[in-house]
Each structure stands twice: as C-alpha cells, then as structure tokens.
Design a protein around this ligand. Structure first.
Ligand SMILES: [Zn+2]
Length: 143
C-alpha cells in the first residue's frame, strides 16, 4: 500500500496500529499494510469501528498483521477488553470484533485490490487476485 493510502487508514485510530513501531519479533505490523490501495476504504471503515469501540467501551483492538492472501484481505488482531470485565464479556468483545473483521475480509472478495472498484477473484499467473476488469486489462498485478 502506498504511504498516502496507509496514512489515511492509520489516521482514523492510530492506537490500533501502534505495533507498527515495534520490530518484527513483536508483530508483522512493522511491514505496514501488505495489500493494494484499493482496500484502503475497507480498512478505514473497519478502523473506524475500532475507534468507536475504544471511545465507547475502552475495547482495545490491536492489529498484528494486515495483508493479502489468496486474493483476499487477512486482518490479524488481538482484542483487549477492560481487565475489570468478567471473562464472558471480554470474550464477547472478541467475538464482536471478529465479526467486523470477517465482514471486511468478505468485502475484499469483490473489491479490486488496486483501485477499489467492484472486482472479482481471478487466478492469474499462479496467484489468486481480486481485480476489476480495467485493472486486469492493464495487467496491474499487486506486489
Ligand atoms: Zn481496479
């Protein structure tokens, strides 16, 4: 992802991406968002949910790796709900967050990774990619 697009996602709720400043032994976030700019909107919306969860309930969602795999988005994260909460509530917070992540990952299956227009999953040069017809035509293959 280009720095400009990454900043747009990051700005929404920097707290979620704080492991980006730690080394690769802590998490893979030091590699940034390992996907194309076309998914920046999906990531920005998901990050906004984390911002709301933090502001309303102090549920802390921390990204550990964000990447493309087999043509779709993978968003690995940990959820840290307030320690004072009973265990079932902390578990519930994690389940709610997982639901939002699954929605975002599903959205990436029909969103062009390069430009964000409606796309489809294609098998291309030995790789699965999700691209729109225009980006396929241009042979813009995500790296
Ligand atoms: Zn496209």
């Amino acid at each position: 992802m280009t720095p400009r697009a990454a900043r747009r996602v990051f700005r929404v709720h920097p707290r979620t991406y704080r492991l980006a400043w730690r080394g690769p032994r802590t998490s893979a976030m030091c590699f940034g968002f390992e996907c194309g700019d076309g998914w920046a909107d999906i990531l920005a919306r998901l990050t906004f949910v984390w911002r709301v969860m933090w502001c309303v309930a102090r549920i802390d969602v921390i990204a550990t790796q964000v990447k493309e795999k087999f043509g779709t988005l993978r968003y690995y994260h940990v959820v840290d709900a307030p320690r004072a909460w009973p265990r079932f509530l902390r578990r519930w917070a994690a389940i709610v967050a997982d639901g939002f992540v699954r929605d975002a990952e599903y959205e990436s299956t029909y969103t062009c990774e390069m430009c964000g227009e409606p796309g489809r999953e294609l098998h291309c040069g030995g790789w699965w990619v999700t691209l729109c017809d225009v980006c396929v035509e241009r042979r813009v293959i995500p790296t």
